[in-house]
Design a protein around this ligand. Sequence first.
Ligand SMILES: *Cc1c(COP(=O)(O)O)cnc(C)c1O
Length: 411
Amino acid sequence: MLKPKGFSTRIIHTPYAKDDVNRALHQPIYSNSAFDFESAEQMELAFQGRIPVHAYSRITNPTVENLELRIKQITGSLNVTALSSGMAAISNVILLLASTGSNIIASHHLFGNTYVFFESTIKDFGIETRFCDLTNSEEVRAKIDNKTVAVFVETITNPQLEVVDLAELSRVAHECNVPLIADSTLTPPNVFNAKSFGVDIDVISSTKCISGGATSVGGLIVDYGTFDWSKSPKLASLSKRFGPFAFNYKLRREIFRNLGACMSPFAAYLQSLGLETLQLRFEKAANNCRELAEFLETLPEVKAVNYPGKEGSKFYEISKKQFGEYPGAMLTFDFESREACFTFINRLELIKRATNVYDNKSLILHPASTIYCDFDAQKRKAIDVSDLSIRLSLGIEDPEDLKNDILQALA
Ligand SMILES: *Cc1c(COP(=O)(O)O)cnc(C)c1O
């Protein structure tokens, strides 16, 4: 049979795990909890994980499995697990690898909830996060010790839009026998091949681009099978039996199952549909981002534009190497005062005042007064969140309309 190579073709023509009895062209929504068995023997084999059947939808479900298979197709990964949210993906990975006394290496430049998860939630369980500058290999190396279980990085940080040289970070992590975990939400798999830059485990908030433009909340854990788990304290003994599958075994047979943050079949259905148009939508949004970055630069009221795809950005070269022509669909820009930011945001008519990113609609917010409102001014400064900055996530509207909205808000 013809083996499709193109990104969108592979998504759209990923075969079902089992033929549908009605030959439905979309994987139906299996919105049930449990599945019937033919015999006690079959049930025993299923519970042992020795036959590929479904038993209970918190553990596996055909609609969710279809989404997982599609993601596996396009990422070239060994295993994919879909979860209820991006935060569920992150917390499952960290709770799988870490125990009391472990530490994690991460930057201060993190999605707000991830930052608080690292800084507070897991700290209460005796897991330390060593914050450092991930663009500085020597600093990373110096922070790693024999209790380090992961280096965690976002491919484009939000809202600073910092881009780390991932191949270099991976090299340092691997030399120290530590896996590299990346959150690649802002650079979806059509533009970023995580495996080829040395990422071992990828976490994605599929709420964003994959969902089809904010149709539902979801998360993905993508396991590339690249790390030698005999070097990971909690997986060392499992790795003797399961080799590269040790991570997935622990995840599926313990952590994911027991934490219970599974994706609902309905969300999986929406996200499978969204995935089919990911490439089209993302390229459009990313092109809008480039066009709007150029446009904003021409406006005298705008004091600075931050976008890694801009020549002159200190992350331009590395972004191009890692994400090609499409270094994200989000930018930030500065006005001369916080008041000017608020006035501008209030006057917009088309661009929505909303949190979230990678909706089909363009969304705007002032990070310092919203996502980071619980942080005092000193702390915001430490993590490079400026009072003068506005974050704009580009949708797939026609760029002229977005420009006109900006012009009328400034008038
Ligand atoms: C939104 C987001 C998350 C969290 O995802 P949810 O699906 O909202 O839980 C994590 N990381 C990044 C970079 C995000 O943008």
